[in-house]
Design a protein around this ligand. Structure first.
Ligand code: GLN
Length: 485
């Protein structure tokens, strides 16, 4: 029976509908898988009793024919999402024991559609990181080549690892500068960051509010399409949520890419890009060309400014968002002899090194005298980066690039630990998209010479996730990537 954890979401739904297994049997299989894979450290909280209760309810819905779109599907939820009555900590010590009284909009959509919650997934503290090593709960092990103890990517590292290792059917993720796409690439799974405003941010702990977006990480393109449909939609509780109809993303699958104009940006092939990554990118280009797409060379001239721009804007917003963790209202409190010292002690103890680094950078770039030099300038460059895409999309319908300049690296990698800039450089292909608010997907294209997954990124126009799904489906069919069994 444990084999059912290897099915995709679409296959699992069929199995449930055809009564091949019940939601309870399915959930039990995943609970066993969670137990068997604890060495990966993908979950920071398992909620088996809650999951079984939901599954029992799903079985009633199947029995009386009132089953909803995701009825009985066991999901893992990134710990950045507030889940009502279930501990939610953003994997930070400062939120120790925090149990929200409300549900995030995205997770409430999923649960209202019948999904089952297996537990909360590990992540970089407050989603700040690219390797899942900044979590208060320790690093996650990439399920590929476990003995090598590689990172799963980050910040949604627990989500990507859990999907790859079949410890949930699919997972929620969030992406501020690449946190859905890069871990998906490192773990050989598929993830999409939708257009900014497509999914509500309500109830997701804020990192950088002008960049944060939720999205699914799943076993394949179809599963992402099914989940995004449920997660997306206008929400009056998030003022940046956009009131736009959510299309049926599944309908885009199987459509032809004949005549589709696929942009290939010169700036994403910097000197020193590994041959391996470059040749898989060429393979992706060739697949789309063979399927009838037209390949267009494009330029995104401000690409080289994207990383510095992101690493000014994201910390600036983070420093402001994280001011609310003062030891009074949520989680951890370390007393002091007066109020100021209580704040200082709580924040000193509660935040990890990377979060503190970002709060300091953010406070610095927002302070009088530096605001104009850094923050305002970064906002102007952000507009130029956005304009690059607006111009490029006059020539093409979708853009194809690698997701990340490397495959998964070892936990504790020296060069990353000693110089945080090296870690930040890993985001070189993902942050521009976030600054421009565009939708983008990562899907696996093949294995590196030492057997690790590599991903390609498809970037779409604003609110045109459908073209991404259409092109991704063609790439997936031809790439024939074999998921971890
Ligand atoms: N790696 C990037 C960072 O550290 C992106 C994180 C994210 O998307 N949440 O900020």
């Amino acid at each position: 029976m444990t084999d059912i954890t290897k099915l995709t979401l679409a296959e699992t739904l069929n199995g449930l509908k055809n009564k091949q297994f019940s939601a309870t049997e399915l959930t039990k299989a995943y609970i066993e898988s969670m137990e068997a894979n604890r060495d990966l450290n993908a979950y920071v909280l398992e909620t088996p009793d809650y999951a079984l209760k939901q599954a029992e309810n799903s079985d009633k819905h199947y029995a009386d024919g009132t089953n909803r779109d995701l009825e009985g599907i066991p999901l893992g939820i990134k710990d950045l999402f507030c889940t009502k009555d279930i501990r939610s900590t953003a994997c930070s010590h400062i939120l120790d024991g925090f149990v929200p009284q409300y549900e995030s909009t995205v997770t409430s959509h999923l649960f209202n559609d019948g999904a089952v919650c297996l537990g909360k997934l590990n992540m970089d503290e407050f989603a700040m990181g690219g390797s899942n090593e900044t979590s208060f709960y320790g690093p996650v092990v990439n399920p590929w080549q476990r003995e090598r103890r590689l990172v799963p990517g980050g910040s949604s590292g627990g989500s990507a690892a859990a999907v790859a290792a079949n410890i949930c059917v699919a997972a929620t993720g969030t992406d501020t500068g690449g946190s859905i796409r890069q871990p998906a690439a490192f773990c050989g799974v598929t993830g999409i960051k939708p257009t900014y405003g497509r999914c509500s941010r309500y109830g997701i702990m804020a990192f950088a509010s002008s960049l944060d977006q939720a999205g699914p990480i799943a076993k394949d393109v179809r599963d992402c399409a099914i989940l995004l449909k449920s997660m997306a939609g206008y929400d009056a509780k998030d003022s940046t949520s956009v009131n736009k109809e959510v299309p049926d993303f599944v309908a885009a699958l199987g459509q032809s890419v004949r005549g589709l104009k696929v942009g290939v940006p010169a700036e994403y092939r910097p000197e020193g890009l590994s041959n391996e990554i470059a040749s898989y990118w060429d393979k992706g280009i060739e697949i789309l060309r063979q399927a009838g797409a037209e390949i267009i060379n494009i330029s995104l001239p401000h690409t080289k400014y994207a990383l510095p721009t992101y690493y000014i804007i994201a910390p600036a917003e983070a420093s402001s968002n994280l001011a609310r963790y003062d030891g009074l209202r949520y989680g951890l409190r370390i007393n002091g002899d007066h109020l100021d010292n209580m704040y200082i002690n709580s924040r000193t103890e509660g935040f990890g090194k990377e979060v503190k680094r970002r709060i300091m950078i953010g406070t610095y770039v927002l302070s009088a005298g530096y605001y104009d030099a850094y923050y305002l300038k970064a906002q102007k460059v952000r507009r130029l980066i956005q304009n690059d895409f607006i111009n490029a999309f006059k020539q093409c319908d979708v853009i194809l690039t690698p997701t990340s300049p490397t495959a998964a690296f070892p936990i504790g990698d020296k060069s990353m630990q000693e110089n945080p800039i090296n870690m930040w450089l890993n985001d070189v292909f993902t942050v521009s998209v976030s600054l421009a608010g565009l939708p983008a997907m990562s899907l696996p294209i093949g294995l590196s010479k030492d057997g690790l997954p590599l991903g390609l990124q498809l970037i779409g126009k604003v609110f045109d996730e459908e073209t991404i799904f259409k092109a991704a489906n063609v790439l997936e069919q031809e790439a024939k990537f074999e998921r971890l069994k």
